[in-house]
Design a protein around this ligand. Sequence first.
Ligand SMILES: [Zn+2]
Length: 284
Amino acid sequence: MDAGLNYGPTRKVWSEFMVSHGFNAGDITGIYITHYHPDHYGAAGWLQKLSGAPVYMSVVEASMTEKIWRQGTQNLDILVRMYLENGVPDGLVTKMLENVNDMRSMVAPQPEITPLSDGEEVRLGDLYYRVVSTPGHSDGHVCFYCEENGVLLSGDHLLPHITSNISLWPQSHPNPLDNFLTSLAENHRLRVSLALPAHGECFSNVEQRLTELEDHHRERLNTMKRIASRGATAYQVCMEVFGNGLSLHETRFALTETMAHLVYLQKRGELRVDRENGAYKYSL
Ligand SMILES: [Zn+2]
């Protein structure tokens, strides 16, 4: 399952885990990755080198690794434009880019990827799990669901305490929040007895969690619509909702999360967007 960032602490955890469970890297038969984000995919190439095992990912996520991690730094120019067009002050854009760049060294080397299809059955240990496509947190995010015992390996799609970050990126789907809400609606049909998330502890109140997440986004949409109705850039809405006590890393994700909500509202005809002095301004 997900490999983690490729840096010292992760490699140490993997080594200790193998020792404590009495196996070697060569015994690993498959590396399954839920999505392309650095804290999940970063060490996949390192683990593949060590084990020789195939790295499995959805086709969409494999293409994201191509755009984001394999094509040098050309996607950084696209990010700069995105930040400026959404009202981020110049000085902050420079700092945000440094923050992005710091991450790149922890997402190497790149593995050879074997594609996974939605609905495919994969064997993990003694049980079979179905690949469940859950776009939203990333375009091709997948969970793994075991019909037999109701266990869902939920990756970053369903987390117990925090809501998964739903971000609009220049190279991602144009309406990720719509994707996420559709995924949640479909998840109500699964009979999950236990979710094993990528962050935090396992939880069994999955139905309740799905409803909480839906309510959270509905409320967030209302708040952002109210603020944007006075006329604001995504950065201004973000600052009003999240305040300026966030770290640089958190600010980056708060901004793209705000953009995902504003674009969702705009596509539903609830907000309009105009370009003013090189930046997008939302209004009623
Ligand atoms: Zn993630």
